[in-house]
Design a protein around this ligand. Structure first.
Ligand SMILES: [Zn+2]
Length: 164
């Protein structure tokens, strides 16, 4: 499998390509920015290699990286559930939203104790008004970077086998 640095390099190369392609296809540079930044987030922070403690994306989560420990315990490294096309990204997003839900619940609990709940409700209401197409563009960017990751994992391991 390629090293974390190789995955990082490929992500850096892919970001402008994805950005230009998305801008050209939609004739709107904003879609390019959304697609290329979610591609970058997918490569640097939400990579399929979050399934191992020996990965750069895992360390990039800093003090929050503990949230990925149950994920690593549940799925073995390079299994279908973390590296499978579509499946990997979907599971990671669901897993992350579980933690987001927990975090939001905690914040809401603190807010209701301190009488700040209307502030949270206002914030949630704003999120409802968000363009759903953004979500699709973000999901596509994340999935593209996961596909690049899986492909480079496959190509490098085949090449190593062939060289032996
Ligand atoms: Zn991998």
């Amino acid at each position: 499998m390629p090293s974390g640095r190789t995955h990082d390099r490929l992500t850096w190369i892919g970001m402008p390509l994805v950005g230009f392609t998305a801008s050209a296809l939609t004739r709107d540079w904003r879609w390019g920015v959304i697609a290329s930044s979610s591609f970058g987030i997918g490569g640097f922070l939400l990579s399929p290699d979050l399934d191992t403690p020996l990965s750069l994306p895992y360390y990039r989560w800093g003090w929050l990286r503990g949230i990925w420990l149950p994920y690593q315990k549940t799925f073995s490294h390079r299994s279908f559930w973390t590296h499978g096309p579509m499946v990997g990204t979907t599971i990671r997003l669901l897993y992350l939203s579980l933690w987001l839900g927990l975090g939001l619940g905690f914040v809401a609990g603190v807010a209701s104790c301190t009488g700040q709940l209307p502030l949270i409700q206002e914030w949630l209401r704003r999120w409802q008004g968000i363009n759903w197409r953004w979500g699709v563009a973000i999901a596509l960017g994340l999935e593209l970077s996961a596909l690049l990751h899986v492909t480079s994992d496959f190509v490098v391991s085949q090449w190593r086998r062939w060289r032996r």
